[in-house]
Ligand binder design. Sequence first.
Ligand SMILES: *[C@@H]1O[C@H](CO)[C@@H](O)[C@H](O)[C@H]1NC(C)=O
Ligand SMILES: *[C@@H]1O[C@H](CO)[C@@H](O)[C@H](O)[C@H]1NC(C)=O
Length: 350
Amino acid sequence: MNFVPSGICFYVSVALCWLTAEVDASWWYMGTLGSQVMCDNIPGLVNKQRQLCRQHPKVMQAIGSGIKDWISECQHQFRNHRWNCNTTARDHNLFGRLLLRSSREVAFIYALSSAGVVYALARACSQGDLDSCSCDPAKKGSSRDAKGSFSWGGCSDHVDHAMRFSQAFVDAKERKERDARALMNLHNNRAGRKAVKRFMTLECKCHGVSGSCSVRTCWSAMADFRRTGDHLRKKYNGAVQVAVNQYGTGFTTAHAHFKQPGKNDLVYLEDSPDYCVRDQDSGSLGTGGRLCNRTSPGTDGCEVMCCGRGYDTSRVGRTTKCECKFHWCCAVLCRDCHQQVDVHTCKGLT
Ligand SMILES: *[C@@H]1O[C@H](CO)[C@@H](O)[C@H](O)[C@H]1NC(C)=O
Ligand SMILES: *[C@@H]1O[C@H](CO)[C@@H](O)[C@H](O)[C@H]1NC(C)=O
């Protein structure tokens, strides 16, 4: 994880200010300055966002503490890719000038960050961290599913509330403008929010005579955020390049034979840079110094990752667990084995 020093504000699709700071620092920040001052000092917020920020400082806090989760999910999804969601390229935001281009990667960042806001907020509601929301009040009484009837119990994640708030807050910025980029952002933000809801599952506890499960108590819970990440990564692969229609109200596909994007698809306007070399203007860090796999034919292979520049090989010592034996009962004991392995890193531009 790359962390940004506290007290500095950035803007992605949500403002990242105290958001990127360590939790303690953020409390200090809020405590000393108060929400009014804090919200007034985040650059890049539109009036509506400032207003919501002042009214709901704790919600902002919850969104902020969720940022590291969606950033690490982004880095997980793109770990084998030339662009790896590195957040050190920043100048005025977490991703630097990358966000200025309406690329496929930016479509993914907007969708994933919006999903992350919904996730963080719904979780904070369920944990009782916020005064403005709690468990889903509609999940009361009894209901039915394929296995029969059950009664609602426990705490159902109030994902609808989280989606509403995150839409009001995150989309406020885009609603100020009515250009192609704003339409793109709104579309991808919504696709991201919907992705969280898609993976809600019913979790149940069985009761009844000796666990017969004749009586069930169930609650509706969000799945692990990885599910959302995997889903959006697939949507990134199938993202549709679009142009805005002549009325400025929706999209037409940029290539005649491409399918029309659905509500769950990601859309983008511009081709991506190749991310091979460091380039301030496009926010590309380049792949010099990145680890690559000499035998992989995929995007993590040295040929693709290093863009044909070649790679350096070095031997490093590694310690792994080996000769593991099961001991009665119940432990697995292993030895530490030391191994020399070759690691390959891409050459930079010479
Ligand atoms: C991000 O880029 C910086 C500078 O190029 C590098 O030091 C850091 O290790 C990178 N982080 C990740 C997660 O790739
Ligand atoms: C490198 O790629 C090959 C082929 O895809 C794979 O079998 C191997 O596990 C990879 N090695 C590492 C260190 O990831």
